[in-house]
Write a new protein. Structure first.
Length: 498
């Protein structure tokens, strides 16, 4: 059985903990590897290595850093297919989708290549007679990332390229369900010329996370995952004096107004609901059909859901792969059953789907549930599977109120041909990322990504300008270079400009 290790100080390391966890092949249902699970000692070794590396890396010049980032960009670009296959093998998503994930991660690397511009400070000449003020930002120290299974390349890349470009060193604790991609990324950083110890990977579960949250050598924690864990990370990390940004789960609504072209809207809805088997934090899991749009929309979405080609991620004909684990599959299947029991109407039922040759894979077919109400479990839970619930609303204002009464606020979309309705929607919803006739409005890397309400704990969104701000802190310098003969004697009032 292949063993997946940590990466500390520029090389693979097995660590001292003897605990391991299984890594499955979701397409076959077989265990394909085991991953080492760090204890506090392993985590401490990684943090100490990163602390030692910080001494030099934080002193590296901006041009040295951007050269390494450009080299890393070239390597990730050249190895996209290999990275995508590693993702597909452990996560289950189809390779074309995994390539898209790598591309979106690469965009953050490209953003970080501009670090000399991003770190430009401010300068005010002559704020007082003979006095100038300037500001600049400095790195924090060792920054940590704790990441979910659903984007094993992209989500960590929301963090480490920016943190490292800012002069920090980094310890990544990826998901234990698909841990291999991070080791390949570590190799590419090394090949790009990043000094040893600047980027480290510690494999593990709660034990490693807790050790990281309590370690005095960690200055900042970026977390992406489910809401209960995000809340926990934020609470424990900030209690220990760390800077924390913790992005949580989601329940993303797309409202479809009667004036929307139904063919266009339904194409985008099925792609957003069933792409990556619904295992995206920006997946659309609730369609809100307004007024007369409903019947036609449900019919179109159901037809298109039935046509999705489900199969192993490595098969180029597959449009949707399996979900990540057997437990995830069983939970999704259970929730679909609950929806039916609670009175919703299944127009497409993905339970019991069997993929020939992959009968033991963790497959669930696309599922559409109509007449869902906000009390039902299928609406209240983040299902994180290929399940689209349809809720009906009478007006755009009712739809906005429905979205705003949901505890999550990650992403949302409106399908309409009315600019007035779209504007009312964009101004009225309490959600961080909004699409207008765009179902998955993941911001480009030079904007920042983040939800509202239970989808984000902490003040800063991730990557983009807020990422640079998160991974640095400001200094403001007030300076005067007086002529010696201009010495004016001591004054004891509070300094004011003159
Ligand atoms: P998860 O919360 O189970 O795990 C995330 C990370 O936390 C993993 O590294 C895991 O090892 C660790 N972890 C799990 N349980 C822990 C515990 N009890 N104590 C300490 N650490 C623990 O999430 P997941 O299932 O890997 O990913 C799916 C979730 O992530 C969904 O809720 C999805 O919406 C969310 N997500 C959010 C975003 C976003 O940008 N808001 C992006 C991607 C995924």
């Amino acid at each position: 059985m292949r063993t997946i290790t940590h990466w500390i100080g520029g090389k693979p390391v097995s660590g001292s903990s003897t605990r391991t966890g299984p890594v499955w092949n979701p397409a076959t249902g077989e265990q394909q590897a085991e991953v080492v699970l760090a204890g506090a000692e392993d985590l401490d070794a990684a943090v100490r290595t990163a602390q030692a590396a910080f001494e030099r890396w934080s002193q590296s010049s901006l041009s040295q850093r951007s050269k390494i980032l450009f080299a890393f960009r070239e390597l990730v670009n050249a190895r996209t297919q290999e990275l995508a296959e590693v993702i597909a093998d452990e996560h289950g998503k189809v390779v074309s989708d995994a390539r898209g994930e790598v591309q979106r991660g690469l965009e953050v690397v490209e953003f970080a290549c501009g670090i000399p511009t991003l770190l430009k400070g401010g300068y005010s000449d002559q704020v007082s007679t003979g006095v100038d003020v300037f500001s600049f930002r400095q790195p924090l120290g060792v920054c940590a990332g704790i990441t979910p299974f659903n984007f094993p390349i992209m989500v960590p890349m929301w963090m480490h390229p920016v943190a490292i470009a800012c002069g920090n060193t980094f310890v990544l604790k990826p998901s234990e369900r698909d841990p291999s991609a991070s080791l390949l990324v570590a190799e590419l950083w090394a090949e790009a010329g990043l000094p040893e110890g600047v980027f480290n990977v510690v494999q593990g579960d709660k034990e490693a996370v807790d050790a990281l949250l309590d370690h005095p050598g960690v200055a900042a924690v970026s977390f992406v995952g489910s809401t209960p864990i995000a809340k926990y990370i934020h609470r424990r990390g900030t209690a220990n004096g760390k800077r924390v940004q913790a992005l949580g789960g989601a329940k993303n609504h797309a409202i479809v107004l009667p004036d929307a072209p139904i063919d266009y809207a339904s194409d985008h809805l099925v792609a957003a609901a069933f792409g990556s088997a619904g295992e995206r934090c920006m997946a659309i899991s609730a369609a809100v059909a307004v007024g007369s749009a409903a019947d036609e929309l449900v019919a179109a979405v159901s037809d298109k859901a039935r046509a999705v080609k489900v199969g192993p991620g490595r098969d180029p004909d597959s449009e949707m792969g399996p979900v990540v684990t057997r437990a995830a599959r069983d939970r999704i299947v259970g929730l679909i059953g609950t929806g039916e029991q609670q009175g919703a109407r299944l127009t497409v039922d993905g339970r019991g789907l069997s993929v020939p040759g992959h009968e033991n894979g963790f497959f669930v077919g696309p599922t559409v549930i109509d007449d869902v109400t906000t009390e039902m479990d299928v609406y209240r839970e983040e299902i994180f599977g290929p399940v689209l619930s349809v809720v009906r609303a009478d007006s755009v204002d009712d739809a906005i109120a429905l979205i705003n009464s949901n505890p999550y606020g990650n992403g949302t979309a409106v399908f309409t041909s009315s600019g007035e309705a779209a504007r009312r929607f964009q101004r009225g919803v309490n959600v961080g990322m909004i699409g207008i006739n765009v179902p998955i409005p993941v911001p480009m890397a030079y904007y920042s990504f983040g939800g509202w309400k239970d989808s984000l704990f902490g003040d800063k969104h991730i990557h983009g300008p807020e990422g640079v701000s998160f991974y640095t802190r400001a200094k403001v310098v007030t300076s005067r270079w007086p002529h010696v003969e201009a010495a004016s004697g001591a004054t004891y009032h509070f300094p004011t400009a003159n």
